[in-house]
Design a binder for this molecule. Structure first.
Ligand SMILES: Cc1cc2nc3c(=O)[nH]c(=O)nc-3n(C[C@H](O)[C@H](O)[C@H](O)COP(=O)(O)OP(=O)(O)OC[C@H]3O[C@@H](n4cnc5c(N)ncnc54)[C@H](O)[C@@H]3O)c2cc1C
Length: 400
């Protein structure tokens, strides 16, 4: 599957920060982490630090899947509002899911600092706008529900929005727990740190077959080498469907642009993360070097040829929408790209084991807040491999 259009932004910006050899022969390990995007990088890092013998394998260069295309807004909000998730799974679990995502932003920040990649992470407030008048009541109830769960969420009236921004909307929820990330660089840095701690990393090596067993999992690569692992973690992103017994994600395509460096941001309060109640939603952020990233315009198919034909027209529309919001910001579009994206039925990730596949663990952080799910998956899987049950594991189980 072609996960991203030919020139994903972060790969152009950062280049190939580290290269690894392909797998040279058969190998044995405690844990094979399959996939070296931000999920595989976070998971393998946690496992190596827990003292396990870890092998990481990716069929591409590392971090060149979805992670290289991600606009990487770090938000605790799940695709489904807390009030809707509460109706679906109950108040206690819905709040737990929101709080787990909330906490994962702190986890990512701490890790970025620990591995010397603090430049990849920057806190910003996040503004969630009502796209139309009828969404105001929803935002009010959503704000109440979040505050009841202990999450700071300030309600902004139309007048206050006009005072802070160069545009008007009927209402907004402001969150202080949010950040912007360079997920590509963070994944590289985490992997580099893991390698220094003893992880064996191989890229450009595809796993084609796997046979779960009660004592070990045997896997075979495209070059015929055999991997024998006590456990396997599938951190294979939107390509995981091939390894699963049933479909758990609806795949679609999304589009994004990055501008040249901008020095002034009139009408953009604190250069906050911006998104809205409309579906699909428009979302915006800035980057450390002053670029603006704008994403959205999702289409409900993943065919890469059709998707890439739309890059010009979809990003032209994103540019027009941005200019309508911020007519005083002077910018030129520099990069345009597209990627595969996925959503689940309830906005929750799929993390954990499937009964008929012993010793196989999945880390499928599907959704608009996919990266916060990657961090949660790293915690849950590390605990499972230590023989402990994570208190949030049941929220993301496959048989829900
Ligand atoms: C345009 C765009 C914007 C996004 N914006 C946001 C955002 O603002 N905030 C957010 O949180 N999320 C966002 N996402 C989602 C986020 O990028 C993903 O959730 C995240 O990158 C997934 O990381 P991953 O490591 O799970 O997957 P990937 O980065 O795709 O890594 C999986 C790896 O598995 C490897 N692999 C797959 N199959 C095999 C195999 N058989 N053998 C060996 N290796 C294999 C692949 O080569 C790949 O490198 C966005 C995604 C896109 C495309």
């Amino acid at each position: 599957m072609d996960l991203v259009s030919p020139h994903p932004f972060w790969l152009l910006k950062n280049g190939l920060l580290n290269e690894y050899p392909s797998l040279p022969g058969d190998v044995r390990c405690d844990v094979l982490v399959l996939g070296a995007g931000i999920s595989g990088a976070l998971i393998s890092h946690g496992l190596v630090r827990a003292g396990l013998d870890v092998v990481v394998i990716d069929k591409r260069d590392v971090a060149c899947g979805s992670t290289s295309a991600s606009t990487a807004l770090l938000q605790y909000e799940i695709d489904e509002h807390l009030i809707d998730l509460t109706r679906r799974i109950g108040k206690r679990d819905a709040e737990r899911a929101y709080l787990a995502c909330h906490g994962s932003i702190d986890t990512i920040e701490r890790l970025a600092f620990e591995v010397g990649a603090r430049c990849t992470f920057r806190r910003r407030p996040s503004a969630y706008f009502a796209a139309k008048q009828s969404d105001v009541a929803i935002l009010r109830r959503e704000g109440d529900a979040r505050r009841a769960a202990g999450i700071v969420a300030d309600f902004l009236e139309e007048e206050e929005i006009r005072a802070h921004f160069s545009f008007s909307r009927p209402a907004a929820l402001i969150s202080t727990q949010a950040a912007q990330l360079d997920a590509h660089r963070l994944a590289h840095t985490l992997l580099h740190d893991s390698a220094a701690r003893g992880a064996r990393i191989f890229d450009r090596t595809r796993v084609d077959e796997f046979v779960p067993g009660t004592r070990e999992v045997r896997l075979k690569t495209d070059t015929g080498h055999v991997i024998r692992a006590s456990h396997v973690v599938f951190a294979t992103g939107y390509e995981s469907q091939d390894f699963l017994p049933r479909r758990v994600v609806q795949l679609k395509s999304t589009f994004a642009l990055a501008t040249e460096r901008v020095t002034r941001f009139p009408g953009w309060w604190k250069q906050c993360l911006i998104w809205e109640t409309a579906r699909p939603y428009l979302y915006l952020r800035t980057a450390a070097d002053g670029r603006i990233l704008v994403g959205g315009e999702d289409v409900p198919f993943r065919d890469p040829v059709r998707r890439d034909r739309l890059v010009e027209s979809k990003t032209a529309r994103l540019e027009k929408r941005f200019r309508e919001l911020f007519p005083q910001i002077d910018f030129k579009v520099d990069y345009r790209w597209a990627g595969t994206f996925g959503e689940t039925k309830d906005g929750l990730a799929y993390i954990g084991q499937i009964r008929q596949m012993p010793r196989c663990h999945f880390a499928l952080g599907f959704g608009g807040n996919g990266i916060t799910y990657s961090a949660i998956a790293a915690d849950i899987i590390r605990e499972a491999l230590a023989g402990r049950r994570h208190p949030d594991a049941h929220l993301f189980r496959f048989d829900r």
